[in-house]
Design a protein around this ligand. Structure first.
Ligand SMILES: *[C@@H]1O[C@H](CO)[C@@H](O)[C@H](O)[C@H]1NC(C)=O
Ligand SMILES: *[C@@H]1O[C@H](CO)[C@@H](O)[C@H](O)[C@H]1NC(C)=O
Length: 209
């Protein structure tokens, strides 16, 4: 999750999108090579949630542009699907309803030791704001979390859940390393999201395997 940068160029007007939810504008901070949206314990910008849209329409979100105002992602007017070709438009998205390919389960990020260790250095309230930027409805609504079981290349050291040779009874099995770092963030993400699926992947196996 933290492996993504929460920084987007932005410009200067506050947009209210029709009757949709208001977005909280970016508190823009400019640096030499770009700008970021500043989040504090008391304030963080948000993205207008998707809500329900008619099946004949598609929602349109735009990142950084002249129209983006002070939002990182701005919701523009819905697109309307049309069965007839309009000769006036310059770009065309043709949808074939009968041709179906793979199902998209969603989008997400990884709960690594590295992201947890970094995030724990800020206050609890700010951690919650940070997580909601990814998994909350006012954020980008991630719905998938990847969990490295045991240590991975984003850990500070190599570990497994059972490092005792020949412990086939798993008497020394323990997830104690994950209790302070990964698990609290996973629980918070579940609580603040509309539903997160998790995939658990074992980058390292017990040494006796
Ligand atoms: C295309 O543009 C012309 C000129 O503005 C307009 O008269 C016409 O109705 C438009 N066609 C469609 C399908 O919107
Ligand atoms: C739409 O997809 C179906 C199934 O793949 C195909 O048979 C058909 O030719 C496609 N129609 C168009 C207009 O491309």
């Amino acid at each position: 999750m933290l492996n993504h940068l929460v920084s987007y160029a932005a410009i200067c007007s506050i947009l209210w999108i029709g009757s949709m939810h208001a977005q909280y504008a970016c508190d823009i901070v400019k640096f030499k090579y770009g700008s970021v949206c500043r989040c504090t314990e008391d304030y963080c910008d948000t993205i207008a949630p998707l809500g329900t849209i008619p099946t004949s329409q598609a929602a349109l979100y735009e990142s950084t542009s002249e129209l983006a105002g002070t939002h990182r992602l701005t919701r523009l007017t819905n697109l309307e699907f049309q069965s007839q070709m309009n000769p006036n438009i310059s770009s065309l998205l043709r949808i074939n309803y009968t041709a179906k390919y793979q199902t998209i389960l969603g989008f997400g990020g990884a709960f690594t030791d590295a992201s947890g260790i970094v995030a724990r250095q800020i206050s609890d309230k700010l951690q919650s704001k940070l997580l909601s930027q990814y998994f909350g409805e006012g954020g980008i609504s991630y719905n998938i979390g990847r969990i490295p079981m045991v240590g991975c290349d984003f850990s500070t050291y190599s570990y497994t859940y059972d490092a005792v040779p020949n412990d086939f009874e798993l008497n020394d099995f323990s997830i104690s390393m994950d209790l302070p770092i990964k698990i609290p963030f996973i629980k918070s993400a579940i609580a603040m999201s509309r539903g997160v699926s998790h995939t658990a992947e074992p980058p390292q196996q017990p040494i006796f395997q």
